[in-house]
Design a protein around this ligand. Structure first.
Ligand code: PMP
Length: 407
């Protein structure tokens, strides 16, 4: 029956790791995948996460199903991290929310909710699929997620390769030119893949443009903490929109800031105008989740709950989160410094100007191939460097290789 199924393409990002693993060069460097590494290049488990794990094992919990919407305790803690302790909507039960299969699952749930329920601007039924606008470029999976959710996918201008910075005028004008009432996906901080975030003033303007156009903001917050090292500072874009009266949809991931990648810990929330509306959306989120996966995994949320229920563990977590962000920032400074010392004629200011886990290096597709074939340095074709894979041991080798291929 399935004999006619064509072989599909490999995932571009995951393919980089496959090629890396097959390379025997002892100096090889994997700068493909967006997962934090410590300064000797190893996966990093935060010490409060280890301690929480220890306590959880000791407590000998049952392993029964969670409810369809997941752990209430976890979800409450997640939305407080995003919206802030004192948010009025959170305090008064006007936020619909569900535990999700990490950030990917949160985006997917958002896509289905939007596809099923986003009304036309006059409040009536829609005759077309809702349009979700993604920044150009965006995380490669976004387009597939929203397309598979039944939404139409478009783009708005975001990155300017000439300045290696935000094309803010282009961004605003493409959002102004889009059909009124479109859904606009915004990376809350540490934009993937470009590392380029709007300034506070630019966020304020974007908020005004979205209001004017009655666009629906959909925030993807996969890297809270990774821009500034501070969870509160990195939530500023989300909180600004909320303060401006937007009824946002928010996808949160705990993969990066808790280092819980494989545990699949995330949350989707929708800010509403009343408890009644929040309860109605809650009910629909459960109806969407139930036939897909019945209920979410329990192990990862127990860890987050344990850490966030103990002020000392929470303090350690915030400190180690900051440590991860700071290590990445120091690698940016070192990489740029080495390139300058080597006499590179290029301008590398963007390495330190960009934020979060990634540097959108401007290295061409051909140069990426040379880095791989001649130096065993692996990055995605678009020139994105995962700064988390750079260490004080390999940064010199990396700078040398980058200099050689960009001369
Ligand atoms: N959004 C963005 C922008 C991402 O970069 C990622 C991870 N690469 C995710 C969402 C989701 O990751 P996860 O499903 O592991 O939380």
């Amino acid at each position: 029956r399935f004999a006619g199924v064509p072989k599909g393409p490999e995932d571009a990002i995951l393919g980089v790791t496959v090629a890396f693993n097959a390379d025997p060069n002892p100096n090889k460097i994997n700068l493909g995948v967006g997962a934090y590494r410590d300064d000797v290049g190893l996966p990093f488990v935060l010490s409060p996460v280890r301690e929480a794990e220890r306590r959880i094992v000791h407590a000998q919990h049952h392993m029964e199903y969670l409810p369809v919407a997941g752990s209430r305790t976890f979800v409450d803690k997640a939305i407080r991290l995003a919206y802030g302790e004192h948010n009025h909507h959170v305090k008064t039960g006007q936020v619909a929310s569900i535990q999700t299969l990490s950030g990917t699952g949160a985006c997917r749930m958002a896509g289905v909710l939007i596809q099923r329920f986003l009304p036309a601007l006059d409040g009536g039924p829609r005759d077309e699929s809702p349009l979700v606008l993604l920044p150009n470029p965006s995380w490669a999976n976004h387009a597939a997620i929203f397309r598979d959710s039944g939404c139409a996918v478009g783009q708005y201008k975001y990155y300017d390769p000439a300045t290696k910075n935000l094309d803010f005028e282009g961004c605003v004008s493409s959002l102004e030119d889009a059909p009124d009432g479109s859904v606009v996906l915004l990376h809350a901080c540490a934009h993937n893949p470009t590392g380029v975030d709007p300034t506070p003033e630019q966020w304020a303007k974007l908020s005004a443009v979205l209001k004017e156009k009655r666009h629906q903001p959909l925030f993807d917050m996969a890297y809270q903490g990774f821009t500034s090292g501070d969870m509160e500072v990195d939530a500023a874009s989300v909180r600004r929109f909320v303060d401006d009266g937007h009824r946002i949809v928010l996808a949160q991931s705990f993969s990066k800031n808790f280092g819980l990648y494989g545990q699949r810990v995330g949350c989707l929330s929708v800010l509403t105008d009343s408890q009644e509306e929040a309860l109605a959306i809650d009910s629909q989120l459960k109806i969407i989740a139930r036939p897909m996966y019945s209920n979410p995994p329990i192990a990862g949320v127990r860890i987050v709950e344990e850490v966030l229920s103990d002020p000392e563990l929470e303090r350690q977590w915030r400190a180690e989160m900051k440590g991860m962000a700071e290590r990445i920032i120091s690698m940016r400074t070192m990489l740029k410094g080495y390139l300058e010392e080597l006499g590179s004629a290029q301008n590398w200011d963007h390495i330190t100007n960009q934020n979060g886990m990634f540097c959108f290096s401007g290295i061409s597709k051909e140069q990426v191939a040379k880095l791989r074939d001649e130096h065993s340095v692996y990055l995605t074709e678009n020139g994105r460097i995962s700064m988390a894979g750079v260490t004080s041991q390999n940064v010199g080798y990396l700078a040398d290789a980058v200099h050689k291929v960009t001369k």
